[in-house]
Write a protein that binds this ligand. Sequence first.
Ligand code: UN1
Length: 494
Amino acid sequence: MAGEVRGLYIGGRWTVPSDRAHFTTRNPANGETVGEFVSGTPADVDAAIGAAQKAFPAWRDTPAPKRGELLLEVARILRGRKEALGRTVTREMGKVIAEGRGDVQESIDFVEYMAGEGRRLFGETVPSELHSKLCLTFREAKGVVACITPWNFPMAIPNWKIAAALVCGNSVVFKPASNTAQCATEVVAAYEEAGLPPGVLNLVTGAGGTVGNPLIEDPRVRTVSFTGGVETGREVYVRGAKGLKMVHLELGGKNPEIILDDANLDLALEGALFGAFGTSGQRCTATSRLVVQAGVYDEVLGRLKERLAKFRIGDPLEASTDMGPVASADQEAKVLGYVEAGKKDGERLLVGGSKLSGGAYDRGHYVAPTLFEARREGRIAREEIFGPVLALLKVRDLADAIRVANDVDYGLSSAIYTRDVNHAFEAVRALETGIVYVNAPTIGAEVQLPFGGVKNTGNGGREAGSAAVEEFTETKTVFLDFSNRLQKAQIDPR
Ligand code: UN1
């Protein structure tokens, strides 16, 4: 694709308006250009929303099972390209190839799951307080929805939103993170090839300020679904609030893995390494705190150091690589900035903490896996770093572990490793997160279950699983009176 500019997709046509600036995406492992894209403008957003609005009535009136069939075709197309798409994910944002494939698989799984929803979209039937009266609910499409997605799951998260919105009968304007624009165009291409009618899905690439803001603020857009950082999320919420929109937010995490004295330590360590350093720590569900009971603390620390010394960091396309680069120069600067701030604050840096250099490392954004022995009140233990940095915290017992685990502003995912069933259930009850794992890492959510969190992780919504339909439908409540007389709820004699 080198040299060819990938266009905007509006009203079923790929266009490269001649007077627009372009931007490129780059492989964070070596700096090579992956693709070149149009920097969209407010005028492009306007056209995309117009196309979505025009296409909406016919798509809404298409029977939901037919909409589901189209999704099955999308899933089939994605599956046929899984290897190539997995490589595109890895080239564009740097996660290791096994995880690149996993990202595509998660995308396929969700599209398939949502295809089945076309034959459900259940409403409720509820008894009436009056005779000869039927009460029920229907789910209806909302209209034009905006899907704004991050770069860390560039195949999965777009479909968490787009497939769910479409099966519910909405039309979509999609604004992806700029540094994974190639993945975004591949997602849209699969819908086009599957035969989605023009205008039902539109893509506008470009910056948050020039594309995202007008999209969120346009009165024709009724729902905004956003996944990204907490500061941007707050701004999205405020902008959407002015138009009284439903704004769905999936934001950050500061996810703890608790290891109790009675845990299977081998398992707990595997979980911690995968949870903390998978995707170079750039998941909202990444394990960023390891909360370890005093009796096994020294052993956990020693074994972690040993394992990290042998970590293979390098080309993410190599199957033997444990960890690739971080996704961009910005990410590198942010992570290293946290490391420096931590050192200045007197945090104990135990492993890593630097940019890797020499040979192939010099062309990419490689940050060493990093381990801090962190103070409970310090920034390393409390703020989302979104990189390969793990904070180790020592605790006395389960109650202390839960106190530490809950003492942050976020509440997405948590994990506990223990062999004691009472401890496990106590943790499930007490941990203030939307997702809890027992004897499994904080990452690896499955698409058929609701995903999301409490506190600053969002504003109370969930996506995926059964929640996906909630996110993208209105409820219509219907009362059918077949008594042939005026019946008065609350007033007729009882
Ligand atoms: C995210 O990090 O933004 O739980 C989503 C997981 C994935 C989804 C993560 N299935 O790791």
